[in-house]
Unconditional design. Structure first.
Length: 201
């Protein structure tokens, strides 16, 4: 298995070598776009002709489609990093962590994020501006829908997005360009996919 080697831990950007490069990143991104395009085409072919929009799908189906779309980000990673170059989890940016800190820190960040969101919504309400869009209409109401929302947005999306954009894309771009250019390009790519999926807009 090919694993990265860290040159210096004192630098903000630790030099990591991964066995894939710009070519695999481009091919992987195009493979993901083609895969999603085929899924959209297939769904259009099997949809009833009178189905005008995605809003007509039941919320649970929209949630499953969103979860599947996020999970499919792992397809190019498996194809171009794991199977082709036998890359391990460490090559894709996964590191060990202290269990207590690794569990308590995210809970703290979630509480901080909810607090900031509460204050932001309070400011928007006081200024009589529209509030942020809720994810409720995407997943619907009920326990099963809430569980699907948590699974899709709380587990699948972060792992798939971090693995694809930070592990695969950023790792591959850094083999060709410097850290700053690679960060900018991968961030722009992430923002584009977030806009297309509708979650980031």
């Amino acid at each position: 298995m090919s694993e990265p080697s860290a040159a210096s831990s004192s630098s903000v950007f630790v030099e990591v070598h991964v066995p894939w490069g710009l070519r695999e990143v481009v091919l992987g991104t195009l493979a993901y776009i083609a895969f999603i395009g085929l899924v959209i085409l297939a769904s259009a072919l099997v949809s009833p002709p009178d189905a005008a929009s995605q809003e007509e799908l039941p919320p649970i189906v929209r949630g499953l489609v969103l979860a599947f779309g996020e999970l499919s980000l792992l397809f190019p990673v498996l194809l171009f990093a794991v199977w082709r170059h036998h890359a391990g989890a460490r090559s894709l940016g996964f590191r060990g962590f202290r269990r207590l800190t690794g569990c308590l820190l995210p809970i703290g960040f979630v509480l901080i994020a909810f607090s900031i969101n509460f204050v932001w919504n309070l400011i928007l309400t006081l200024l009589r501006l529209p509030l942020q869009q809720s994810i409720g209409p995407i997943f619907g109401e009920g326990t099963a829908n809430f569980a699907l929302a948590w699974l899709a947005l709380g587990l699948i999306a972060p792992i798939a997005e971090e693995t694809f954009f930070r592990g695969f894309v950023l790792g591959g771009l850094r083999q060709k360009w410097g850290p700053l250019t690679s960060l900018i390009v991968s961030a722009m790519l992430f923002r584009y996919f977030a806009n297309v999926s509708g979650i980031g807009s």
